[in-house]
Design a protein. Structure first.
Length: 187
């Protein structure tokens, strides 16, 4: 009889495994059916994002149209542009000193209401690697169901000296979600 019990236990385990796989696939299908991109904005809760900026758009001219983005905790990309006015203006991974707009597109909703952008410098003006130096961490309020948004803060998202910077979108507990690099070159 021990052989029959083992066969019966194996069949039970097999049926449970198939059920779990089918349930996971159904859950995956329902979450991927909502692929519509939302055009949204993010506002910094600690500084006025509507403040006027005295720099002209010449201060952050794009010299390249290639976007930059590496993924961390969620699928998607984090990249940069000169401005966002209903559409992305001057997308690049190379700019002259000034403020930038950080763009985020994810494969699924971000799932949190508060995020931070951590700015670190990773290379000096000559392109030599340096130990990662945190320049600022800027908090933003967002909607958890957003999968496309932009971040602007003309005071704190400013890249004033040449070098390569890494910007990481992270949860408020420091968990990274996405990151991208941008090169700032002399005028």
């Amino acid at each position: 009889m021990p052989g029959v019990n083992n066969k019966f236990a194996f069949l039970i385990a097999l049926v449970i495994s198939v059920g779990v796989i089918l349930a996971c696939n159904k859950s995956k299908d329902t979450s991927s059916s909502d692929d519509s991109k939302k055009e949204t904005t993010s506002e910094n809760k600690t500084s006025d994002t509507k403040s006027s900026d005295t720099k002209s758009s010449d201060d952050t001219k794009s010299s390249d149209t290639k976007s930059s983005g590496s993924t961390g905790g969620v699928g998607g990309k984090l990249y940069f542009c000169e401005d966002y006015k209903g559409k992305e203006i001057g997308v690049s991974d190379r700019f002259t000193p000034g403020w930038l707009t950080v763009m985020v597109k994810t494969d699924e909703p971000l799932g949190v209401g508060k995020v931070e952008l951590r700015l670190t410098k990773v290379k000096d003006a000559d392109g030599n690697k340096i130990s990662e130096k945190i320049m600022d961490t800027v908090p933003f309020d967002i909607q958890p169901d957003w999968d496309y948004t932009y971040f602007q803060d003309k005071d704190r998202l400013r890249f004033s000296s040449p070098g390569t910077y890494k910007v990481t979108l992270q949860k408020t507990d420091g968990t990274p979600m996405l990151s991208g690099e941008v090169e700032v070159v002399s005028k």
